[in-house]
Design a binder for this molecule. Structure first.
Ligand code: COA
Length: 143
């Protein structure tokens, strides 16, 4: 039985473990965990997606689904959950960096953007300023 919920500080170790297996950055997760959505199978975390808020710009990060649960729409539900959260927060854009999924996010309306063109306030993000490799592709969506 799959369910969805918002993360609490107790979830940090399990979220970090999931991201580590998915080879995604861990920096900044703790600081933004209150804006993470989790997918659970009973009480086991099998997916997550996070939102960093920097002024009126959002960063979608840490979209990961346990390998055994992929291709069943969980990544989509988690991503759409963060989109709703970003809209609810009145953000003007949602951006992301990825080295692995630049062909996944266009289905939600994200378009490629030069990393130098990302909103300036996102420079405060640890993920953006170093935790993500230089080869990452930038993508953005106007809300
Ligand atoms: C990317 C990821 C979150 C997708 O989760 P998922 O639950 O398997 O995806 P969904 O079931 O919502 O979507 C499946 C569709 O996306 C496509 N897809 C899945 N991963 C993809 C990727 N990395 N690149 C391009 N397309 C991808 C599938 O082929 C499938 O396509 P279809 O609808 O045409 O059949 C998951 O593969 C994952 O955890 N990857 C490792 C971490 C990662 O790269 N995260 C993204 C960077 S933040």
């Amino acid at each position: 039985m799959i369910s969805f919920c918002t993360a609490t500080s107790d979830d940090l170790p399990e979220v970090l473990a999931l991201l580590e297996v998915a080879q995604l950055p861990l920096a900044g997760v703790k600081e933004h965990l209150q804006n993470f959505i989790l997918a659970l199978d009973s009480d086991r975390i099998i997916g997550c997606a996070g939102l960093e808020i920097h002024e009126d710009a959002g960063l979608l990060r840490s979209v990961a689904v346990d390998e055994a649960y992929r291709l069943h729409g969980l990544g989509e539900k988690l991503t759409r959950g963060i989109l709703e959260l970003a809209q609810h927060q009145g953000l003007s854009s949602l951006s992301l960096l990825t080295t692995t999924a630049q062909n996944y996010f266009p289905r939600f309306g994200f378009v490629p953007i030069e990393p130098s063109q990302l909103p300036r306030s996102l420079n405060d993000s640890e993920e953006l300023s170093g935790a993500c490799p230089d080869t990452a592709v930038g993508m953005t969506l106007r809300l």
